[in-house]
Write a new protein. Structure first.
Length: 579
């Protein structure tokens, strides 16, 4: 189920919880589709705000007559505002595409039927009987509890489902032809987010695997779309076990829904058959390209540095042990003086920008940082204009943690230098370096929130478990915010409590990020900024005389894969590495 913290206005994914025997104290809704991309019931939501109560009553009676004529049994409830819900339990789980097509076909005949819950595989949900309503009161059964229980205990057979589906065949066919308008396709065939094994698939294929939506003009059926995803996965270097794991973990429910028509025992065999077809196709394509590729390849491109600049930075300090030690000391000063930033949203943003600058310093091996606002925006999950606002505010403080050395020009961004505040310099130098890596906003916390990121960081960097009061002291956040963040983290098995709170090491943050779908948001942001850079470089080339060795607009820093310097490394080891 998903809980609503805003009195029923929204049901975010981060508030998803396991069903419990107790009634939630806030409005709650259950997920329609499971990790397998299928549903065990059809949820029909009749909305009174569309055309009034009379239309709702008429549509409900019409649908009930249709269900009765085909031998179906249902559960019914009503909302305090006059809306009605009808649930049709099914003995066999139904694939997302089939359930969606049936509800869309019904929606074309009944004005007040809301089709959107069945159109979203990842976020489709509905309040069930007993749930609190946003206007007060609860969802109430329109029948006796014993009758509802009997319907749930003896769901509708596969024959009933076939009869219902077959009776709407013309409407379903029209609905499928109109699905293209509802599919949000990527605007460009850019690479998708980096997956768990470091491989990449196109954004279009990733969206199909996650959402189960595809261009019906390109793929005539679920089978063709399924084979396209499998082929893309094989081309990206994944193994069949990697694909199977993503389907079982709920990372690719869209792809899993394409196999829902098979029995659970036969799905693995069907996946392996599709995988063999994909490998055969790729081998044939590779052989064809090898025999027809006679062009000479001449590596004439100039090499570029990782930092996005073809020329060495005149301010850069060598990647030396002393420099990394200075950066770690700066991290101490950051922890000592960041109490100057309140726990407001603005203060949290500035604390995260400072962490991104510290991480950038470790990546470049220098206290001088020339990462642009857009690179820092990817690292912090903010918009680049917001990052620019925070940087301007940070550099004009009385005793700043960061100072502006040189304003950006041409293809180069502003050059910043990390600064040790005088008020914390002595204490920072005499304080042991903090354990752990310095992270900006890791992708999973785009969904879980910045407060959860700071709480997780405090637990991650602590050598011993922490009490809630200790976390409040370390993070500088309010107890209410910390308690809510701990609840969210514990619900996703990221932290656990045994007298005190500690990190669950076995929970993968990257896996959760992919499950939440935030990797798609990261890929979309990177793609947007690449387009912005390309436009800016084109304008410079046409209007300004610049360095001929322009960095490519596709050069980005691998924030999600950076590991940082080793935790415990002697000075001799650093000197050996530098040599």
């Amino acid at each position: 189920m998903r809980l609503s913290r805003d009195a029923g206005q929204s049901y975010p994914q981060r508030f998803e919880r396991d069903l419990t025997p107790g009634l939630p104290s806030v409005p709650a809704a259950v997920r329609i589709f499971g990790k397998d991309g299928a549903c065990a019931a059809i949820f029909l939501d009749f909305d009174s705000s569309v055309a009034g109560l009379d239309w709702v009553e008429a549509d409900v009676k019409s649908v009930q007559t249709w269900l009765y004529e085909h031998g179906a049994r249902w559960i019914e409830d009503y909302s305090p505002n006059g809306g009605r819900h009808i649930y049709v339990p099914l003995a066999q789980r139904v694939a997302f595409s089939d359930a969606r097509a049936l509800v869309e076909a019904l929606g074309s005949k009944h004005r007040t039927l809301d089709k959107t819950p069945h159109q979203n595989l990842l976020h489709g949900c509905m309040r069930t009987p007993g749930s609190r309503h946003k206007r007060g009161g609860h969802q109430s059964l329109a029948m006796s509890l014993s009758m509802a229980y009997d319907v749930a205990r003896r769901p509708n057979s596969a024959q009933v489902w076939d009869a219902l589906y077959g009776s709407l065949a013309p409407e379903i066919e029209r609905a499928k032809t109109q699905q293209l308008a509802l599919v949000e396709l990527p605007t460009a065939p850019s690479s998708g987010p980096r997956d768990l094994d470091g491989q990449r698939m196109s954004r279009a294929m990733t969206q199909i695997a996650c959402h189960g939506l595809y261009d019906v003009n390109r793929y005539a059926s679920d089978s063709e779309a399924r084979q396209a995803v499998i082929t893309a996965a094989a081309a990206a270097g994944l193994e069949v076990l990697d694909v199977a794991r993503r389907m079982k973990q709920g990372l690719w429910p869209g792809l899993a829904s394409f196999y829902a028509r098979y029995s659970p025992v036969s799905r693995s065999k069907a996946l392996r058959r599709d995988w063999q077809k994909a490998q055969a196709f790729l081998a044939k394509k590779q052989a064809h390209e090898a025999t027809n590729d006679h062009a000479r390849k001449n590596p004439t491109s100039e090499l570029k540095s990782q930092g996005g600049s073809s020329l060495p930075n005149k301010y850069a300090v060598a990647n030396s042990p002393a420099e990394h030690q200075w950066i770690r000391t700066w991290r101490n000063s950051l922890s000592l003086v960041e109490s100057r930033y309140t726990s407001s949203r603005m203060g949290l943003g500035r604390r995260m920008v400072l962490r991104a600058l510290g991480q950038a310093a470790h990546m470049s091996g220098s206290r001088f940082i020339e990462f642009g606002d857009r690179s820092l925006a990817v690292a912090t999950g903010m918009d680049h204009t917001t990052v620019g606002t925070h940087l301007r505010a940070l550099r004009v403080e009385l005793d700043p943690l960061v100072t502006l050395v040189e304003a950006g020009r041409g293809t180069k961004g502003d050059l910043y230098q990390l600064n040790m505040p005088t008020e914390a310099m002595n204490r920072a130098e005499n304080t042991p370096w903090r354990r752990g890596k310095l992270h900006a906003l890791r992708p999973v916390f785009r969904e879980l929130g910045m407060v959860a990121a700071f709480v997780y960081e405090a637990l991650e960097n602590s050598p011993t478990p922490l009490l809630t009061a200790d976390i409040v002291r370390v993070t500088g956040l309010s107890r209410t915010a910390v308690s809510e963040a701990l609840e969210i983290l514990a619900a996703w098995n990221m932290v656990a409590r045994d007298h005190a709170w500690s990190i669950v090491a076995g929970t993968s943050l990257i896996t959760l990020a992919e499950y939440f779908g935030v990797m798609e948001a990261v890929a979309a942001q990177i793609h947007k900024y690449r387009c912005d850079r390309a436009i800016w470089h084109a304008w410079l080339a046409a209007n300004v005389v610049v360095d001929p060795l322009l960095p490519s607009p596709t050069e980005d820093y691998p924030w999600e894969t950076y590991e940082g310097p080793p935790e415990e490394q002697t000075l001799a080891d650093w000197a050996y590495r530098a040599a």
